[in-house]
Design a binder for this molecule. Structure first.
Ligand code: CP
Length: 311
């Protein structure tokens, strides 16, 4: 039994495969007119988000509700956190009310690890600073498996603001764990130091998106995180768009079945054009859709529910 999911690399390959299979079953439940299971009835799940979120928080909330759990959200801006309560006190207080699982997003890397050491409840990392976003990696793996049927040997490139991206870090681990070949594409100033040491097998670095595109099976585009950037990481936004923004022109020589992915939210017109985001090659909407099923599988795994299907 696993209690927490704090980093993608904590999961063994067998566990990832198990979660992907479970998600497939939950996706079938979600396609039914009555999308409810009683599996987690009696369990209490809490979302504690110190940073904004649309997809992650909503899909965890939906996943928990679909499985019969009670779900509460702490609105950080309206809580005692504003009176100076620290993270440890907050989570101890919440646990005292009988919470079984805390889903936390925080601007500080390692905050979910601190929570996991403080409480007996399960903890899921929903994004910690620029460190990790493990459930994004799980839903991305699920989407790739759904589309490509296999991982082995797939050539994936992650393009954009690698330096500030927790999604990139989780996916470098996730993709290499599943035996995919990973290339990172970014201006040198948006590549973190020693990035080539991440991953379970060697990864490549490239500075040219157009050269790489024809070889790729997956093009994973990152949001340019303007809110986390210091000044001067690239000469101008226009130059970034010219070199690293994905548009139909750059995709002219891509494989027909290239899969375009993006974790969202997107800066349309910056790292991706509207026409690419909504093209036949794009799996971006499916990523969001698959987020609920994979999070149902994870909640079930951590809280030990039996997959009782009432049908
Ligand atoms: N991909 C992702 O984490 O999106 P949100 O910030 O909307 O949760």
């Amino acid at each position: 039994m696993r209690r927490n999911l704090l980093e993608i690399n904590d999961l063994k390959t067998q566990e990832i495969n198990f979660l992907l299979e479970e998600a497939e079953a939950f996706k079938e439940v979600l396609a039914r007119p009555i999308k409810k299971l009683p599996t987690l009835r009696g369990k209490t799940i809490l979302t504690l988000f110190y940073e904004p979120s649309t997809r992650t928080r909503m899909s965890f909330e939906l996943a928990a509700k679909r499985m019969g759990a009670d779900v509460s959200n702490i609105a950080v801006s309206a809580s005692s956190i504003q009176k100076g309560e620290n993270l440890k006190d907050t989570v101890r207080t919440l646990e005292a009310m009988g919470v079984d699982l805390i889903i936390i997003r925080h601007s500080q890397a390692g905050a979910p690890h601190l929570v996991a050491k403080t409480v007996k409840a399960s903890v899921i990392n929903a994004g910690d600073g620029t460190h990790e976003h493990p459930t994004q990696a799980l839903l991305d793996l699920y989407t790739i498996k759904d589309k490509k049927k296999t991982f082995k040997g797939l050539k994936a490139a992650i393009v954009g603001d690698i330096a500030h991206s927790r999604v990139a870090r989780s996916n470098i681990w996730a993709f290499t764990k599943m035996d995919m070949e990973v290339t990172l594409i970014a201006p040198p100033t948006l590549l973190p130091a020693e990035v080539e040491k991440l991953g379970l097998k060697p990864i490549k670095i490239s500075y040219s998106l157009e050269e790489i595109i024809p070889k790729l099976d997956i093009l994973y585009i990152l949001r340019l995180q303007l809110e986390r950037q210091k000044k001067g990481l690239f000469p101008s936004l226009q130059e970034y768009i010219k070199l690293y923004g994905v548009n139909p022109e750059k995709l002219r020589k891509s494989k027909r079945d290239l899969l375009i992915m993006h974790p969202g939210p997107m800066n349309i017109g910056v790292e991706i054009t509207e026409s690419v985001a909504t093209s036949m090659q794009s799996a971006i909407e499916e990523q969001v859709h698959n987020g609920v099923a994979i999070r149902m599988a994870l909640l079930n795994y951590l809280l030990g529910g039996k997959n009782e299907d009432p049908a």
